[in-house]
Design a protein around this ligand. Structure first.
Ligand SMILES: [Zn+2]
Length: 270
């Protein structure tokens, strides 16, 4: 089981339309074994399923509705229950192929939540998707921004047990509440330029850490397209902070990913 798992990646993003084949090839050369392709809205669901069929045993699909929805490239708003109308039938259709429900979560960045109603709408969307994940016995691939504490609290209240908190931006003390609940945290390559993520990794036990790239976002360099091959940037930085070998980081984070996403075992054999 020599290699990495990218637990959160937007490989369906238009940024990869021209060279996805090469991007995947390069990620394999960098040691990637598998990649979880997460969705933001129902219009990209079919594309994600197609990609998972084009790269079987390597790209694994996750479908879900992100807390921030795009009205137009310039305009975004918080998610509401109506956004689930188009999404739920497609999730139902492909439920057996999914490795997780995601990307879901809460984003309380002020420009997306102008009132308490906006927050409440995001909560309702997350609660509904948490219920679906429980019904399908799937983990949740979770986004939280300016909402670390409310996200973990809501997931606990809903009795959700299998959770990946991606690119968590909250305090380490809040993250430890998630650790107590058995949740995992995935660390993107942007850790090399984020003091907050460095502090987070210092506190988190390696047994609760996974790797991600969130490509094309959260790369080692701002404004440069991030790619799944940069998974090793996260791993190397974690190995430095934790003072353990790169080999150990690879082994433990991949074990963690397999524990949280058991369907990956079909692709990754020891
Ligand atoms: Zn994401």
């Amino acid at each position: 089981m020599h290699g990495y798992v990218d637990c959160h990646c937007h490989i369906s993003a238009g940024d990869f339309d021209k060279d996805v084949e090469e991007v995947i090839e390069n990620s394999k050369k960098a040691g990637l074994l598998a990649l979880l392709a997460v969705a933001e809205h129902s219009r990209e669901f079919e594309k994600i399923i197609e990609l998972s069929q084009r790269f079987p045993g390597f790209i694994f699909p996750c479908l879900g509705v992100h807390p921030v929805q795009e009205v137009s490239p310039e305009q975004q708003r918080g998610a509401c229950l109506q956004d689930l109308d188009a999404a739920l039938p497609i999730i139902e259709k492909y439920k057996d192929q999914l490795v997780a429900i995601g990307e879901v979560g809460l984003d309380f960045t002020p420009r997306y939540v102008r009132s308490d109603t906006d927050k409440e709408n995001q909560r309702l969307v997350l609660i509904r998707q948490a219920q679906i994940a429980k019904e399908l016995d799937l983990p949740l691939n979770v986004h939280s921004r300016s909402a670390g504490r409310p996200t973990i609290q809501l997931l606990k209240e809903q009795g959700v047990r299998k959770v990946l908190l991606h690119a968590f931006d909250g305090k380490p003390s809040v993250a430890m509440e998630g650790v107590k609940a058995g949740y995992f945290f995935s660390i993107p390559p942007s850790i090399i330029r984020s003091e907050q993520k460095q502090k987070l990794v210092k506190q988190l036990p390696l047994e609760n850490i996974c790797l991600e790239t969130d490509s094309p976002a959260l790369g080692p360099e701002k404004q440069v397209r991030n790619e799944p091959k940069n998974i090793c940037v996260s791993a190397e930085y974690i190995s430095k902070i934790k003072g353990v070998s790169l080999e150990k980081v690879m082994e433990v984070t991949t074990q963690n990913a397999l524990q949280l996403f058991p369907k990956l075992k079909a692709a990754i054999r020891p």
